[in-house]
Design a protein around this ligand. Structure first.
Ligand SMILES: C[S@@+](CC[C@H](N)C(=O)[O-])C[C@H]1O[C@@H](n2cnc3c(N)ncnc32)[C@H](O)[C@@H]1O
Length: 435
């Protein structure tokens, strides 16, 4: 649901409706796609942890709560031999999606209108199972059943992706949304509910403008976040009757009851602990905390509101932390772009910044290590970006030569790449990615 949103690919008008089980029939959700759910990326993260995740190119992929299937369609286009199955409670969204698949000629996506609570998946085992923006918005029995279905239908070395709203970061949203729900209670049609919710938000804004106190900054930030939302997303995210965030460790324990194990997050710095500030790591290490518990502290520190857990079977062989040597068989891409002259000049620092013009693109990174410079030079020169890390590394080692290619320098490069993956500045995959 929340977190990074993909591009909005079509518009959905806000239609008259109550909140409730048929809310998505009356007001279909926006068509998002989530690059982090792509099997090629999930497989790469799993393989970094030593889990031999199935080949995405011919994978069977299941998505729960797929809405009209926009996320599946985006993945299916890039993996024509893989098979995609989407399930959603909303008949309207499924029919809309089927129409879109037929119109675009996509033949490897099957959409099914069904309830997670009683859907029958027969004996099928799926290599990848995705549930994005569902878990925190459905009642407990549906969540129980979701875990149960994942356990039963996930292939032995398959991976499930489940996203959810987390505490403590979601606390303020929940507090504001409670008031919005109170104000919109009893209003029969969507337009009236939206108007009442906006009025309430406006009052919040007036009250908090100029207010003081330790909580004010947090509430203001949340009001800004909620106020900037698309009306359809706002309607479902904030005004929906069921919204149940949880702590990371609660989610991990719940998954554990179903013999499923969280092995990493699909999009967090904690993917590679060395991406965290040294002092933070030192404090956590000094207490000898298990890594899972340390991550719960990090959720407090970062006031985290959303997670994307990757799960495998509890008995699958999968390491707690990724091993940088396993980068070798993966494709690495980078969002970093050179600033100024890109020719490799030994001894001189090279500068990079993120592609795009967002605020994070202002940060400039300086690279002085000759092997990393040579690696970046090779990586940025690749088109199409489909060479393995090992191949790029071999080229870079030849370019840099001598001492720059000693094992200790290669280890530094691998660590640097892992840090950048954890920061979201580089990415890994095992096959071609969605365009
Ligand atoms: C907030 S939308 C998320 C859609 C999409 N996954 C995304 O994140 O953009 C939640 C979806 O879950 C579906 N859903 C809710 N309860 C369900 C259930 N019991 N069984 C199947 N789908 C369900 C809704 O119909 C809706 O399309």
């Amino acid at each position: 649901m929340t977190g990074s949103r993909g591009e909005i690919e079509r518009s959905a008008e806000v239609a008259p409706a109550d909140s409730g089980p048929d809310a998505y029939d009356s007001t279909p959700y926006r068509a998002f796609r989530f690059a982090e759910t792509h099997p090629a990326r999930i497989a790469a993260l799993a393989r970094l942890h030593g889990l031999p995740a199935p080949d995405p190119a011919r994978a069977k992929v299941l998505e729960f709560g797929c809405a009209a299937g926009s996320n599946l369609a985006a993945m299916a286009v890039t993996l024509p031999e893989a098979r995609f199955h989407g399930i959603d409670l909303s008949v309207t969204q499924i029919e809309q999606g089927r129409g879109e698949m037929a119109a675009s000629g996509l033949r490897n996506v099957h959409l099914q209108a069904a309830d997670i609570l009683d859907v029958d998946l027969g004996d099928t085992r799926y290599d990848y199972i995705v549930a994005h923006g569902v878990f925190s918005w459905v009642p407990d029995p549906v969540r129980e059943r979701l875990f149960e279905l994942v356990r039963r239908h996930l292939a032995p070395t398959g991976v499930a992706y489940i996203s959810y709203n987390t505490l403590p970061g979601w606390t303020v949203n929940e507090a504001v949304a409670e008031m919005l729900r109170l104000e919109t209670e009893g209003h029969a049609d969507t337009e009236t509910r939206l108007r009442a919710a906006r009025d309430s938000l406006a009052l919040f804004g007036e009250l908090f403008d100029g207010a003081s106190g330790a909580h004010v900054e947090l509430v203001r930030h949340e009001l800004e976040h909620i106020g900037g939302k698309d009306p359809v997303v706002f309607l479902h995210d904030e005004l929906e009757a069921t919204s149940d965030p949880c702590y990371f460790l609660q989610f991990v324990a719940w998954a554990g009851e179903h013999e499923l194990r969280h092995f990493t997050d699909a999009k967090l710095p904690s993917l590679w602990p060395r991406a965290l500030p040294k002092e933070t790591l030192r404090m956590l290490a000094a207490r000898g905390l298990p890594w899972l518990k340390a991550q719960q502290y990090l959720d407090y520190l970062q006031w985290r509101r959303f997670r994307r857990s990757l799960l495998c079977h509890a008995d699958a062989l999968c390491d707690e932390l990724p091993a940088p040597q396993r980068l070798d068989s993966l494709v690495v891409e980078t969002r970093l772009r050179p600033v100024g002259d890109i020719s490799v000049a030994p001894g001189l620092p090279l500068r990079y910044r993120l592609a795009g013009d967002g605020p994070e693109a202002r940060e400039v990174m300086q690279v002085t290590d000759p092997l990393i410079q040579a690696f970046m030079h090779r990586l940025l020169g690749i088109s199409p970006r489909s060479r393995l890390f090992r191949e790029v590394l071999d080229d870079a080692m030849r370019d840099a030569g001598g001492k720059a290619s000693e094992p200790s320098r290669v280890a530094i490069l691998r660590d640097w790449v892992m840090v950048n993956i954890a920061r979201g500045w580089m990415d890994v995959s095992v096959a071609s990615r969605m365009a």
